[in-house]
Structure formats: structure tokens, C-alpha cells
Design a protein around this ligand. Sequence first.
Ligand code: ADQ
Length: 479
Amino acid sequence: MSNRVPSTKDGTASAGGLAVALEGALRSHGGLWFGWSGKTVDRAPDPPEIVQSGNITFAVMDLPKRDFDLYYGGFANRALWPICHYRLDLMQIDRNHTEGYFRVNRAFAQALAPLLRPDDVIWIHDYHFIPLAAELRALGFRNRMGFFLHIPWPPSDIASALPAYCDLLQGLASYDVVGFHTPQDADNFRGCLIREKIGQPIEGGSYKVGDHRFQIGVFPVGIDHAAFSETARAAQQNPLVRRMRSSMGDRALIIGVDRLDYSKGIRERIEAFSCFIRSNPGFRNRVTYLQVTPKSRSEVPEYKRMQHEIAEHAGWTNGNLGEVDWTPIRYVNRSVGHRALAGLYRMARVGLVTPLRDGMNLVAKEYVAAQDGNDPGVLILSRFAGAAYELEEAILVNPYDTEGTAAAIARALNMSLQERRDRWSAMMARLQANGVDDWCRNFLNALASDLVAGAPAAGPVEPGRRKSSSRARTAPMPG
Ligand code: ADQ
């Protein structure tokens, strides 16, 4: 279950690594992928639209416009997102948003209920659906339910600013497994439970709330590194990549790729690049910084404001630093195809990934996977990205420290080939040891592990089982 579901038109997942991995996991078990259709309506929504593709059933439902605004544009993205990214200054507390979020979760649970079987293992993704397990349990479901949070979970002093904080914690405690990207996020969550006196820790890192036992786990998401490396190698012939190369002359490329989001630290990054040029005049007209940033969540006022601010800042910096034959920053507000993106990463001497806070950050991993091992570029990575736990051979920076990040850019551009190779090999080995398939498998194994131990829950889905049976019937109520 995820807020967005890959295109159901032809039943194929979108190109994103996560979607591909989840689709792979579903294909091997057979399963149902449920979520929002991406459409809002002005009336009560129809029952979920269902599309069968091989042994995967895609089911999506529309949302009333007002509900969507409250749940997604309101609570999810103006309370949960800023607070989970430690931005109390940007949170908005609004009772209508909170009430809408819980109501929409209840509606999703009610729409999902007739599609569920007693032996279904349910994996719910991300901050849009924290209360979903509790809603399903209230409807009587006893299935195994796991939750994975793709964004950070903050320390209790910050998390406790969340509206309906204890309901959210209780909601998370209703799952069988709650997964995070990093040990820090998991520790923060445990800290919240302890402080609010919700449940008690028991053996093996599990928790007990009443009669319910659940596990808190760390599952750092990986990428399909082999496919990404291959795409990057092949992308050298991509027309956009070739045009980019010829437009660069013999300048070195520094690349930043992010959705336009305040958590990504794009403004601070532009400032650090500008500081780097001012303090290293020898690099004037010898580097180009490409920032590829598709707009996102433009309906949320903070995002709209930020779009103007960053565009203005990039323009202002170019005006100040540039020359008639040199535009220091190329700032592009659009999405780039997967292949071209891989080719641009490979061309870039420096990957500048400096979020102020990030659950993981897949761009950092993609940049590493895209490099030519004989002559790799250098990753500069924020210590506040979850990826920093695994990619510690990157140049780690504090993105709030403009001069420090500027010095890291200079260091990256001056780094010897041997040091670049050593750092890259260590990071690549880490990517290979934890690919996206491992992430899926590890989570699903954890979710099934109590079953193996004989806990009183339904067994895992038998391969191919869902394919052969009709979805039109109503599942018997479990429990
Ligand atoms: P995001 O905040 O979306 O994900 P990230 O992990 O960096 O952040 O993933 C972005 C994806 O979008 C990457 O695969 C990247 O290639 C792609 N992308 C970004 N800009 C693009 C562009 N201009 N053109 C084309 N593709 C682009 C959330 C959390 C992260 C967590 C992921 C996965 O915020 O912390 O890593 O989920 O759990």
C-alpha cells in the first residue's frame, strides 16, 4: 500500500528503483498494490478501480478534492513532512487537516477491507498512512502488517510537536514491524515510546503494547546498482548527454539533482558553490554547476514561495559571478529521463548531495553507481542524509556550514585519482551488499519472522495464489 501506485494502465511499474523493487517483490509472491489514483473528484469516489497484470492486482481509488487537500496538502505535507524533517518553523497545525488525515486513512482502510484475505501480509509505505493498521485492526483484521517510513523520524522533543502525536505513536504501535532507514530514526522512535510510556521493550528489540508485540527495525533502502551502472555506461550515447558534454567544453561538471523541496538544502548549496568560486578564483570559468530540480507540491504555499526564492538566488548568483562566456549555475526546473540522468551523473566530477535532512537520499547512491570505476567522480554528502550511514567514504559535510561545504568542493575537484578510486570502491561495495532487493527481502522476512516462530497469525501468501482467484468477492472478516 502506497500513496502513489505505478501506472495501472498497462500494469507496469514506473522506472523508479523503489517501484521496480516493490513490483519485483509482488511478482514473486503474487499480490495487491493499493493506493490513491492520482485523481481528485467533486463527489463521493467510486469503489477502487482494479487492473490485473500477471499475478499483481493494482487497485486505486480517487479522493474527494477537499479530503485530498486536508490529508495530503494539509496534514501530510504541512505537519508530518516539516516536523519529520526537523522544521518546526514550517509546520502548520490545523484541526481540519488532522481530522481529514485520519478520516482519509479510515476511508482507505474501508476501501481496502473487501479486497483483503485473511492470509494477506500487508506492507504499508510512508507517512501518508501511519494510522492505517489501527484502522484495519478496528475493522477486525489480524493480518501481519508492516510499516516502512521513507522519511526521518525526529527525536521526541521535536516529534511531540506533531498534532495527534500520541495517536500517531499508537498507530505505529499497531503494526507488527515498523521500519526506518537508519539506527538514529529507530532510536528516536523508541525514545518517543519510552517518553510517552507506550508499551515496554521486550527481548530482541521488540515492544509490547497490551497483548500486541511489534518489532522496530532498521532497513536502509538500496538501489538496483547493477542496472543503474549499466544504464550510466550506455547513456554516454544519449543525445542529451552528448549535447551537455559538448556545451561544457573542458569545464568540470558539478551536479545536484533533487525534487524542489526545502529539505534538500538547494539554497544553501547554491550559496556554498558561490563561496567556493569566490574563495577559489582559479576555478572561474573552469566549472559548471548543474542543478536539476523538478517542481514538487506546488499547491503547498511553502513550496511555491521556495520556488521563487531559489530561482531568484540562482539568477542573482549567476549575475554576480558569471561572465559573458560563462554561466556558473545552470538551474533547470524539470525532470530528466532516467537514462540521461545516469549519463549526467557519470559525466559529473562532483555529485553535490547536501540535504538539510533526508530519510535516505537515493540520488547519492545513484551517483556512486553511475561512476566509471577507473576514473570516478567524488560524492559530497550531507551528514544529515540517511545515506551518510552507509556512504561514509563520501566527503561528509554539514550543509549549514557554507565555508565548510565550499572547501569540500575544492577538495573534491583537487582529489587524486587514487583517493577517488579508493573512496568509490568502498562505497560501491556497500551498494552491492545492500541492493533494493535485499531491502525488500529483509523487510518481508522480518514481517514473516514471527510467523516462522509460530506466532498466532496467518501464513505468508502462497506464490501465484491471488492470480487464480477472483477479487470481486468480499473477503471473510478475519479475527
Ligand atoms: P525523495 O525525497 O523523493 O524520496 P530521493 O531518495 O533522493 O528523494 O529520491 C529521488 C528519486 O527521484 C531518485 O531516484 C532520483 O533519481 C529521482 N529524481 C530526482 N530528481 C530528478 C530529476 N530532476 N529528474 C529525474 N529524476 C529525478 C523519499 C525520501 C528519501 C528516500 C526515498 C526512498 O525523502 O529520503 O531516500 O523516499 O525511501
